[in-house]
Design a protein around this ligand. Sequence first.
Ligand SMILES: O=C(O)CCC(=O)C(=O)O
Length: 312
Amino acid sequence: MFLRAMSTFAESPALKPFRLALIQLGQIGSDKKSNLAHAREMIKKAVSGQKKPDLVVLPECFNSPYGHVHFPVYAETIGYTPGQTYDVGKSESDSVKVLSEAAKEAGIWLIGGSIPERDAADSKKLYNTCTVYSPQGDLVALHRKVHLFDIDIPGKITFKESETLTGGTTMNMFDTPFARIGLGICYDVRFPELAMIAARRGCHAIIYPSAFNMTTGPLHWELLQRSRAVDNQIFVSMCSPARDMSAGYHAWGHSMVVDPMATVLAEAGHDEEIIYVDIDPAVLHSARAGIPVTTQRRFDVYPDVSKAKTNI
Ligand SMILES: O=C(O)CCC(=O)C(=O)O
């Protein structure tokens, strides 16, 4: 007997067609002000074409060089509590102010990549944090990278975010008039639970500001996105910085959008670039109708992860 997942998607808003833009940002250097100014310029550029995007995404760690030694230097205090009104005008974070203004002037929803954040209550704690803005410039969601990027592939790459960062402890998503969107940051994509829980809490897409590297990028970047997409029958997207071989960290690039059938809808190269995708709800509905895993789950055999605690 199959148990039906009656309430799986009931509470989320209906998915409507929308246009997604990923900014594969270049020119990320040591000067935070110019990193922010360039991000703002590129957001303006992203909305200057004939068909304006509804949702714009920036990459991981876009306001500073990427590396655990840089996090304490660039960290900003945000002091956001989910569910409580946040006054951007009074924010201590320059990056939050710039992103809020950029979203407002462009009139778009903005997933503001990620920045190093200092905990308002415990200044010793730093996070890799993504903030999200409405077209009115309100800060509407915040996700702290849950899974820290600690890897060691001898002769290839060693990276230890936990040298200076603390992992987030919450799963985050937000509603727009066109979709419910789940959030993760880069290494979070390797943990299927996050995407699974987001999908089961009604997310139509999960978006990861990211920065894979030259070793794991070619191996797993596309595979992981297509896996999360097909497992959960949702849109999946990762937005990378452009590759800069003069920087300490060499990003893979290849910002990407994948549909619920695991088809790659768009992929950037490795230079600075903006890619656009029109999200078609019919693709999600036909994937779920044709391969009805969403209603074939066996909660008599394994637990129902949709009961996990999230901010929605
Ligand atoms: O998982 C990977 O291979 C790369 C992850 C990463 O670069 C990150 O979390 O920043």
